[in-house]
Write a protein that binds this ligand. Sequence first.
Ligand SMILES: C[S@@+](CC[C@H](N)C(=O)[O-])C[C@H]1O[C@@H](n2cnc3c(N)ncnc32)[C@H](O)[C@@H]1O
Length: 209
Amino acid sequence: MSNPWNEYVLPRMTDRLLRTPTVGRYRQEVASSLSGDIVEIGFGSGLNVPYYPAAVTGITAIEPSQTARRLAVERVETAGVSVEFLGVDGQDLPIASGTMDGALSTFTLCTIPDAAQALDEIFRVLKPGGQFAFLEHGVCPDSRVRKWQNRLNPLQRRTAGGCNLNRSIDHLIESAGFSTVWMRNTQMPGPAFASPWGYLYLGVSTKPE
Ligand SMILES: C[S@@+](CC[C@H](N)C(=O)[O-])C[C@H]1O[C@@H](n2cnc3c(N)ncnc32)[C@H](O)[C@@H]1O
């Protein structure tokens, strides 16, 4: 987050683009089964806050962007649950092992440089049986879309803060040792040219007991 585009412009764009009613429904779907103390990596401007269910008792927010944190202030202050900003890197969580009831990542595994390391960290801090809820965009099985994802990826990485279009989200999550509770894929509604950005992975995984 060193250049002005990444620090000042992207968080505002993200806050606008990822605030649609459709995305809100996806956020609600994945967050609804969370309970207890949650770590959210890539907290951004706090767009998930309204979707946390009442069973969530505390949120530990991991977010490197100061602009995103400022954009989150109102949502955090009006949240029905305490939100504590603790760290800046999902790859290195300042949280003791086996202490969290759940974790949430939305549109963040695409951007974290080493997503496998971030997932290892989430796995580490969860209690056995803890849930990891996710809503991510990633690689599309349709070869025509995937071809464009691979073509556009270098440009996407340069212009969107390191975001990748073509990560295998399901394989990354499985490789970290999680068991899938449920997962589904969907293409975000929109024009065909936007397909490379809109292939979604939604679900909940659990750290085995
Ligand atoms: C596309 S935004 C999504 C924000 C939010 N999760 C949402 O759904 O609206 C990606 C977020 O990941 C954050 N991020 C980037 N690198 C990160 C890292 N290494 N650890 C944690 N978060 C990171 C960015 O600052 C940004 O807020």
